[in-house]
Design a protein around this ligand. Structure first.
Ligand SMILES: C[S@@+](CC[C@H](N)C(=O)[O-])C[C@H]1O[C@@H](n2cnc3c(N)ncnc32)[C@H](O)[C@@H]1O
Length: 629
C-alpha cells in the first residue's frame, strides 16, 4: 500500500477529515483479495492462512501531488484466519467483496477492527501463517453499490435488490488499475450512516432482582459499615502514619496510609449514599403532601396540573429543569416505596444496588412490598443491635433517633411479620429466671478442668494447620491459614444469622440471613468446657483420650439455637486452631432465609421422650403412632 488518501480541496476542517478517514476505514473499505489469494491456492488444505490488514496513511504534497514518505505506524484494521478451501470458494464465488462480506462468506474468524488503536501490533510470525500484501482500494463511485452489498451481508432478512449492471460497474471501478485509488469522501451527509442499534443490541446493566436486592440489604447490615461521617473525615497522613512527608516514608507506610484512606472514603461514601436516599425518599413524602395541599387550595386544577404546579415550585427552589427533576423523581419514588415497605433501615443499608434497582424497577411491586414488610422488624433488630449509630442519620429528616431494639443481636427473637420478642420471654414458661450469657469463646469449667484445657494439644501463638499446612496466627497480617477465615485468622464481621421463632413448634431456631456456601463456617460451637454432666443437652468430644463436654444451656453463642433435622443443611466438624481443638458448624449449602439445621445424632434422641418435628419425609424419629395417623 503506497498510494495516499486524497483529501478533496475545500475540506472544511481537520476534524471532518479525521472523521472521513475513520469512516472510510470502518465502512467504505473494499478489498480485492483475488490477486493475493490466487498466490495461496496451492497452500495445503490443512493449513490456515492468516490475512493481516494494515493501512498506511501518507501525506500528499499540495502542489506537486507527490506522496511524502510516511513515518506513521500502520493502522491495523484486523485479520482473518481463512482456510484454503474457503480461499478457493471465495475466488470462485466472489470477485470483490467488502471485508464483512468476505468474512461472512468464508465463515472466517475475524479479529476486531480497532482503528482507534493505530499502533502496529507486531504479529508473531508462525510458519503456518502467511501474511500476503493486500491491495486496498477505496471507491467513491461504488458507495451506492457497496451499501447494498453490505445490507445483504449484514442482514439477510432485509430484502434488497442489487441490480446486476450496477454490480458490474462496481466491479469495473474496483478492478480498473486507473480507478481512483483510495478516495475519501468528504461530504459528510453522503457518508454511509451508522447502522441504528436494535433494542437488543443496546448493552444494559442487568437490574437487580428482588432477592438480590433484599440479600444485599442483609449483607450490608452484617458488614462493618460505619455510619458516622464526622468520625471518618478527620483523616490525614500525619495522624494515620505519624509522619509528615509521604514521599520520604517507606512504601509500606504509604500503602498502609492509602489503604486506610481508601477504607475511610468508602465508608464515607456509603454513609453519604445512605443520607442521600433517606433525604430523597422523604422529599417524595413532602412532595405528595404539598400536592395534596395545592389540591385543596386550587380545586379547579386537574391532578396533573396540580402535580406540575408542585413540581415547578420544587424546580425553582432546586434550580433544576423539570425534565431533570422528573427523571430523578422516578428513582426517588422507588426509594420511598422501599422505605414504606421495609422501613428506614432497609433504605439506609440498601447499598449501591438500590439506584439500579429503582431505575429499572425489575422485581418491584407487591412481591417486594410483601417480602420487605415481613422482614421489616427483623431488619430493624439487626440494624439497631449491630449498628446502634444508624438512627442518628434520621435526625436530618426529623425522624425519631431512639433505638427500638437494644442489647445483643441475639437477645431478640424475630419472626416473619411479627413483633420481635425478647429472648428471655421465650423461655419463661420453663424457667422464669432465664437469662442467656453470650460468649465469644468457650469458657473452661474450673471445677472440672482447673486450668488444664482438654482441647489443647500445644500452647503456642502460631501453629501449622492440620488441614492446609499453612501458618496459623490470630494476627491477621501473619496468618496464612484460610480454612475458615470467617472464624479464625481473618477480619471478623457479625455472622449473618438471627434467632427466630419457628412456626413448627420447636420454640426458637436459627435463620440464615445471607447465603452460606457449602463448606463455609457458620460458627464455633461455643459454651462451657466441662465433663461428666448427665441428663443435659451437651456436645460430647474427645481430644487425645481426654473426654470433655461443651454445655450451652444458658451460655454460649447462636449455635445454641440450631435445631435438629433428619435432612440437615449443616454439620459439626472438628478443626484445630493454634493447637486447640474446636467444634465448628459448617454449611452443606444454605440459602438466605432458610432455617439452619444439623443432625443431633441417634445418641441424642435415644434417651429422649421427644418427637422430632423436623418435618422431613425421611424423618427417623417421628413417633410410630404419629406416622400411622
Ligand atoms: C439446642 S436446643 C435448640 C433450640 C431450641 N429450639 C430452643 O428454642 O431453645 C435443642 C432443643 O430444641 C428442640 N428441638 C430441636 N430440634 C427439634 C426437632 N427436630 N424436633 C423437636 N424439637 C426439637 C428440642 O427441645 C431440643 O431439646
Amino acid at each position: 500500500m503506497s498510494t495516499a488518501p486524497s483529501l478533496e480541496k475545500g475540506t472544511p476542517s481537520s476534524t471532518e477529515a479525521v472523521y472521513a478517514i475513520l469512516n472510510v476505514l470502518s465502512n467504505n473499505l473494499t478489498i480485492d483479495l483475488r490477486p493475493s489469494l490466487a498466490t495461496l491456492v496451492a497452500t495445503p488444505t490443512d493449513t490456515t492462512v492468516r490475512l493481516v490488514f494494515n493501512a498506511e496513511i501518507c501525506r500528499q504534497h499540495p502542489s506537486t501531488q507527490s506522496l511524502e514518505e510516511s513515518h506513521s505506524p500502520h493502522v491495523h484494521l484486523g485479520s482473518i484466519n481463512i482456510s484454503p478451501i474457503d480461499i478457493q470458494r471465495y475466488l470462485r464465488e466472489y470477485s470483490t467483496a467488502t471485508v464483512a462480506a468476505a468474512c461472512k462468506s468464508s465463515n472466517a474468524n475475524v479479529e476486531s477492527h480497532d482503528i482507534s488503536n493505530s499502533t502496529v501490533q507486531p504479529q508473531r510470525r508462525n510458519s503456518m501463517l502467511v501474511e500476503p500484501e493486500i491491495i486496498l482500494r477505496f471507491s467513491q463511485e461504488s458507495d451506492h453499490h457497496l451499501d447494498k452489498r453490505r445490507k445483504i451481508s449484514d442482514d439477510s432478512q432485509e430484502e434488497v435488490i442489487v441490480e446486476d449492471n450496477q454490480q458490474d460497474d462496481y466491479h469495473a471501478a474496483v478492478f480498473e488499475d486507473n480507478a481512483t485509488t483510495r478516495q475519501i469522501q468528504t461530504k459528510s451527509r453522503e457518508f454511509p450512516q451508522r447502522k441504528k442499534k436494535k433494542d437488543q443490541d443496546v448493552h444494559e446493566l442487568q437490574p437487580l432482582s428482588t432477592e438480590r436486592f433484599v440479600s444485599g440489604v442483609w449483607k450490608q447490615i452484617f458488614n462493618s459499615v460505619e455510619l458516622t461521617p464526622s468520625s471518618l473525615v478527620n483523616s490525614s497522613y500525619d495522624n494515620l502514619c505519624g509522619t509528615t512527608n509521604p514521599g520520604s516514608s517507606s512504601n509500606i507506610e504509604a500503602f498502609r496510609f492509602i489503604n486506610t484512606i481508601c477504607l475511610r472514603v468508602t465508608k464515607l461514601s456509603k454513609c453519604s449514599r445512605a443520607l442521600e436516599t433517606i433525604v430523597q425518599a422523604r422529599w417524595v413524602d413532602c412532595f405528595e403532601a404539598r400536592v395534596k395541599e395545592i389540591e385543596i387550595e386550587t380545586p379547579f386544577l386537574s391532578i396533573t396540573e396540580t402535580k406540575m404546579c408542585a413540581l415547578r415550585e420544587a424546580c425553582t427552589m432546586l434550580q433544576w429543569s423539570e425534565k431533570e427533576l422528573r427523571n430523578k423523581l422516578s428513582i426517588w419514588r422507588g426509594y420511598k416505596e422501599i422505605k414504606d415497605a421495609g422501613g428506614w433501615a432497609c433504605l439506609v443499608f440498601a447499598g449501591s444496588g438500590i439506584y439500579r434497582f429503582c431505575k429499572y424497577r425489575v422485581g418491584f411491586g407487591n412481591g417486594l412490598t410483601t417480602k420487605l414488610g415481613k422482614q421489616r422488624s427483623s431488619l430493624e433488630v439487626a440494624a439497631d443491635t449491630i449498628h446502634p449509630e444508624w438512627r442518628q442519620l434520621l435526625s436530618i429528616i426529623g425522624e425519631e433517633t431512639h433505638l427500638i431494639y437494644t442489647g445483643h443481636p441475639h437477645d431478640w427473637v424475630v419472626s416473619d411479620g411479627g413483633t420481635p420478642l425478647e429472648l428471655k420471654s421465650t423461655y419463661t414458661q420453663w424457667d422464669p429466671d432465664f437469662h442467656f450469657t453470650h460468649l465469644e469463646s468457650s469458657q473452661l469449667d474450673p471445677n472440672s478442668w482447673g486450668t488444664d484445657d482438654p482441647r489443647w494439644t500445644s500452647n503456642t501463638d502460631t501453629s501449622f494447620c492440620n488441614s492446609c499446612g499453612y501458618l496459623q496466627s490470630n494476627d491477621v497480617s501473619r496468618n496464612e491459614c484460610r480454612c475458615f477465615p470467617e472464624l479464625y485468622g481473618g477480619c471478623k464481621t457479625p455472622v449473618a444469622v438471627q434467632v427466630f421463632r419457628t412456626p413448627s413448634g420447636k420454640n426458637n431456631g436459627l435463620i440464615a440471613r445471607c447465603e452460606f456456601p457449602r463448606g463455609a463456617a457458620i460458627g464455633e460451637f461455643v459454651g462451657l468446657i466441662t465433663k461428666d454432666m448427665e441428663g443435659k443437652d451437651v456436645m460430647q468430644s474427645d481430644n487425645n483420650g481426654k473426654r470433655y463436654q461443651i454445655f450451652q444451656g444458658k451460655l454460649g453463642n447462636y449455635t445454641r439455637f440450631v435445631n435438629h433435622s433428619c435432612a440437615p443443611n449443616s454439620q459439626f466438624q472438628k478443626f484445630c486452631w493454634l493447637g486447640s481443638e474446636r467444634v465448628i458448624l459448617t454449611s452443606r449449602g444454605i440459602e438466605s432465609g432458610s432455617e439452619i439445621t444439623v443432625d443431633y445424632s441417634d445418641e441424642y434422641w435415644k434417651g429422649l421422650d421427644k418427637e422430632c418435628k423436623c418435618g422431613e419425609p425421611c424423618c427417623r424419629y417421628l413417633k410410630k403412632q404419629t406416622r400411622k395417623a
